[in-house]
Design a binder for this molecule. Structure first.
Ligand code: ADP
Ligand code: MG
Length: 346
């Protein structure tokens, strides 16, 4: 039989990095989540070549201490988690301490950061988890800027596939749009490198509908209804959902489903399917819905740690929660459908 050998650490790290950072848009998601975790009120994203040449995310968050810079991009270094048990109550989006490290294994990362009360910031570049040079003092405004260049320069197949497929920029715009609808007090912008106009510019607002209008346009907002479901009295199934869903006048070929569970942007295929099912059963024309939902559950009912990209979470009592939400949507749609028929008759 062939001999079994231990893989070199650099190989292990690069393989793992390719799972966390699957494409340019996943790098953008991680960086934007870091900015939100840092308490930023402005997050600006610039992208060149669909993210393969350059991804730059700047925020005005709390910054990173100079003395932490040497281990910033090592694997499993984080300010957000210390004991495994913390995972049960964790509020931040990050906790693995893997995102920045991963980016340094598949791209070139440069961080510029300044913390409050400092006269100057620091800039430092990383490769394969380690600093390439001592942090250089530099001028900086509040917060942190992370620049990722030449993503997947060392993963030939990945880079080729990405170059040949449609570029990731629309996905990046989509992510930022979703974040902007949820984090309405953060001013997000996203643009292509060198472009004067931003493709997303959310502004900072106190109204969810304003945020949706700024990102998805006034025509979407016109056809939205507010929806709320709460089940706080149930003994073992405490959850709250609030959001906006499209009414009978909304027309679109594709479903837009923006779902946050305990403030994490996630996908939930079964909830999406259930929702589409209700719409197609009640509304005569074949329009797909626009849905924004924010679901809040006790943190111990959500397992955030089932996937390295944290894209899927698993919920306790998932089926009953979906059933409740489905009922609420059904009721809303029935009402609006009746009103609509009534209006056209009158
Ligand atoms: P995680 O978010 O899981 O902790 P990351 O690799 O994404 O892991 O980031 C590592 C650490 O670097 C974070 O815990 C945080 O302390 C710091 N950090 C990363 N990005 C920023 C940022 N934009 N502003 C302030 N601190 C940051
Ligand atoms: Mg992170």
């Amino acid at each position: 039989p062939p001999r079994i050998r231990r893989l070199e650490e650099s190989v292990v790290n690069r393989i793992a990095a390719g799972e966390v950072i699957q494409r340019p848009s996943s790098a953008v998601k991680e960086l934007v989540e870091n900015s939100i975790d840092a308490g930023a009120s402005t997050v600006s994203v610039t992208v060149k070549d669909g993210g393969l040449k350059l991804i730059q995310v700047s925020d005005d968050g709390h910054g990173i201490r100079c003395e932490d810079l040497p281990i910033l991009c090592e694997r499993h270094t984080t300010s957000k988690l210390s004991a495994y048990e913390d995972l049960q109550t964790i509020k931040s989006m990050g906790f693995r301490g893997e995102a920045l490290a991963s980016m340094t294994y598949v791209g070139h990362v440069t961080v510029t950061t300044i913390t409050e009360g400092q006269l100057h910031g620091y800039r430092v570049s990383y490769r394969d988890g380690v600093m390439e040079n001592d942090p250089k003092p530099c001028a900086a405004v509040k917060g942190t800027q992370v620049m990722v260049e030449n993503l997947f320069y060392n993963m030939v197949a990945r880079r080729k596939t990405l170059q040949n497929s449609n570029d990731d920029y629309p996905k990046i715009v989509d992510f930022i749009s979703r974040f902007a609808v949820h984090h309405i007090n953060v001013n997000f912008s996203c643009r292509k490198h060198g472009a004067n106009r931003a493709d997303v510019h959310s502004g900072s607002t106190s109204s969810r509908l304003d945020a949706i209008r700024n990102v998805y346009g006034a025509s979407v907002v016109r056809d939205l209804m507010e929806i709320q479901v709460s089940d706080e009295n149930a003994v073992d199934e405490i959850f709250k959902m609030d959001g906006f869903i499209s009414n009978a006048n909304y027309v679109a070929k594709k479903t837009t489903m923006i779902l946050f569970i305990n403030d994490r942007l996630v996908d939930c295929t079964s909830l999406k399917r259930a929702t589409e099912f209700v719409y197609s059963a009640i509304l005569p024309q074949a329009s797909k819905p626009f849905i924004y939902m924010s679901i809040n559950l006790p943190p111990e009912h959500v397992d955030v740690n089932i996937h390295p990209t944290k894209k899927e979470v698993s919920l306790l009592n998932q089926e009953r929660i979906i059933e409740k939400i489905k009922d609420a949507i059904e009721e809303k749609l029935m009402n609006c459908n009746n009103t609509r028929i009534f209006q056209t008759q009158a």
